[in-house]
Design a protein around this ligand. Structure first.
Ligand code: AHR
Length: 505
């Protein structure tokens, strides 16, 4: 057994946790929308064709803003196809995912679904194969109350009140050669700046996200952010980051993924601040980490990709990764990293939500269930509110070729003043050894006596255990015993584990 000493540093508040940190992402991809959130023939479908069991799980997951409709999909999308009478909406091929889009679900239907689950709409515009004009038209259609042809069209299509979309993504992954309409940083920076300024002429209070890098391993990473922001700094509010991690055969390295995310965020905020200084601006551009997750992308690239120019299936099974306990522990550590940067990451989107690299899975005509990754997200979103707080960790390390010495334990905390609750999150990255977490809470000044203390753990004797249609509750969050020793709490955490500790003084 190894020992880790953790100290809650209420004297080191990181920043207010934006509710938008707990956002997600629904793309028209695979069975995310069709046979995912929407399945009119399902016995649990509501009058609009949306599955009520899925809606319940989305509410339980606790997602704030949801990015829509893509992703790579958006770069070939004509938003006009998705509005108006359903029977006259066109069927289109989607080059990004090699599928057929029926447009049965579009802006109005998705917004109604969001109202039902209590989440905010975050829209992406197509700056891949379209441009500023189409972005402005969508903005006018969505947000202008009345009086123009586009606003009247929205009203005629059944929505009297504007959608009131605040957050807009200026394209998607424009640094990626796979992206339809992929551009150089210089070209994209100019287009993003022009589109953003035009959108802000309609409404200066919009919150606009410029595309950052698709991953920290992109050859243009760093320079991309600098060039794009040099053009667009004054007119945008966020720069995006996207990151996906997978176990490429070295589990210890995979468990260290949070270090890459941490480095990514530090580099992007440094690049943004450098542009800020060079422009003499007093505005700060934050990070929208609007795609993050575990994704077995190499498997998709090598095996699952649909091919053939006469083969455009409708809602195929794509990117349906089944997440292990180890995946969920890494996932939990990514949430810890996001919280550690709560001062600058003020929006984030778990990519994605249902069926496609998702915490929620469904079977057509059958049940919906929680993947392993569901649990760290739901718990963190429910309890890590208020202010993020640093936790000092003294623990052992292990060597990693890329990151040098990796701490066996990583942790962060949050204090929700309104709820009177401290929440602490930690991961044990050890492959074999349980770790005793000794958590010094002396800052609570004796308020630990009489406090309600609970802890939950995600771990399993089999680090590859998963939840499936046949065994949907094989992995669940379990209670963990907490011992009190004066002003400290002591938890014995199994190897490869994610834990949540709640203290309500
Ligand atoms: O989330 C899946 C895909 O990952 C998105 O469409 C794209 O933006 C990213 O490459």
């Amino acid at each position: 057994m190894t020992i880790a000493h953790l100290t809650l540093r209420t004297d080191k508040p990181i920043g207010a946790i934006s509710p938008r940190l707990y956002g997600s992402f629904v793309e028209h991809l695979g069975r995310s929308v069709y046979d995912g959130i929407y399945e009119p023939s399902h016995p649990l479908a509501d009058e609009n064709g949306f599955r009520k069991d899925v809606m319940e799980l989305v509410r339980e997951l606790g997602v704030s803003a949801i990015r829509y409709p893509g992703g790579n999909f958006v770069s070939g999308y004509r938003w006009e196809d998705s509005v108006g009478p359903r029977e006259s909406r066109p069927r289109r091929i989607d080059l990004a995912w090699h599928s057929t889009e029926t447009n049965e679900v579009g802006l109005h239907e998705f917004a109604a679904w969001l109202d039902a689950v209590g989440s905010e709409l975050m829209l992406a515009v197509n700056l891949g194969t379209r441009g500023t004009l189409e972005a402005l038209q969508l903005l006018e259609y969505a947000n202008l109350r009345t009086g123009s042809t586009l606003a009247e069209q929205r009203i005629a299509n059944g929505r009297t009140e504007p959608f009131g979309v605040r957050m807009w993504c200026l394209g998607n992954e424009m640094d990626g050669p796979w992206q339809l309409g992929h551009r150089s940083a210089d070209d994209y920076g100019k287009l993003a700046a022009q589109t953003a300024s035009a959108m802000k002429q309609f409404d200066p209070d919009l919150e606009l996200v410029a595309c950052g890098s698709s991953s920290s391993s992109m050859p243009t990473f760093g320079e991309w952010e600098r060039v794009v922001l040099t053009h667009a700094y004054d007119s945008v509010d966020y720069i995006s980051c996207h990151a996906y991690y997978e176990d490429l055969g070295d589990r210890a390295a995979f468990l260290a993924s949070g270090l890459d995310m941490d480095h990514f965020i530090r580099s992007v905020t440094a690049a943004a601040d450098e542009v800020k200084a060079s422009l003499g601006s007093d505005k700060t551009v934050d990070v929208s980490f609007d795609e993050w997750n575990i994704w077995y992308n190499t498997r998709f690239e090598n095996v699952d990709k649909i091919r053939g120019n006469q083969n455009w299936p409708q809602a195929p099974r794509l990117l349906e990764d089944v997440y292990t306990v180890t995946d969920a522990v890494v996932f939990g550590s990514l949430l810890i990293t996001l919280l550690r940067h709560a001062d600058r990451v003020t929006s984030a989107s778990l990519a994605q939500l249902v069926n496609v690299i998702a915490p929620i899975m469904t079977e057509p005509g059958g049940p919906a269930w929680r993947q392993t990754t569901f649990f760290p997200f739901a718990a963190t979103s429910a309890h890590a509110r208020g202010t993020a707080i640093e936790v000092d960790v003294r623990c052992g390390t292990y060597p990693d070729a890329r990151f040098g010495e990796v701490p066996l334990v990583d942790a962060v905390a949050a204090h929700d003043d309104a709820a009177g609750r401290y929440a602490l999150y930690a991961v044990n990255r050890s492959l074999e050894e349980p770790t005793e977490l000794r958590i010094d809470l002396s800052v609570l000044d004796g308020r630990l006596d009489g406090a309600r203390v609970t802890a939950h753990v995600l771990a399993d004797d089999d680090p590859l255990a998963v939840n499936t249609l046949a065994q949907p509750e094989r992995v669940v969050l379990r209670d963990l015993e907490v011992a009190r020793e004066g002003s400290a709490l002591v938890l014995t955490v199994p190897p490869i584990a994610w834990v949540e500790l709640l203290v309500e003084p």
